[in-house]
Design a protein around this ligand. Structure first.
Ligand code: HEC
Length: 102
């Protein structure tokens, strides 16, 4: 049990160093919601760490609130990491995926 816990901790630490680099290198350079989702949210939400977000008809404000404030295992993103504009892009992207269900 202890070994498993340690392995999870290592995975988490490794993940966060990757994410921090991604964010630091591309701050204010996000082109589209799709790109942000793939590079940040998808690390968890396409990997079974967080719940699936697409195809669920979730409202735009919910994505923005979650990304800004976090909850439990969901990290909060500061405006220096993802600006309000970035959150608009990503929520529009996720809403469009919700509508088509893809
Ligand atoms: C480090 C992993 C991680 C990253 C990165 C991440 N999330 Fe999450 N997210 C989670 C986890 C874990 C939960 C479940 C939280 C809970 O149990 O309350 C979650 C929950 C959510 C929820 C609520 C889903 C529901 O079913 O109620 C939304 C919305 C969400 N995340 C959006 C985002 C967006 C948008 C991004 C990118 C800006 C993002 N997340 C990045 C881990 C992550």
């Amino acid at each position: 049990m202890k070994v498993l816990w340690y392995a999870q901790l290592c995975a988490l630490v490794a993940f966060f160093s990757i994410t921090t680099n991604t964010i630091a290198e591309s701050a204010n350079e996000w082109q589209s919601g799709n790109q942000i989702y793939k590079n940040i949210c998808g690390h968890c939400h396409e990997a079974g760490v967080g719940p699936k977000l697409s195809g669920r008809d979730l409202p735009a404000d919910y994505f923005k609130t979650m990304a800004r404030n976090g909850r439990a295992g969901m990290p909060a993103f500061r405006p220096t990491e993802l600006s309000d504009k970035d959150l608009d892009k990503i929520s529009a992207y996720l809403v469009s995926k919700g509508v088509t269900g893809k």
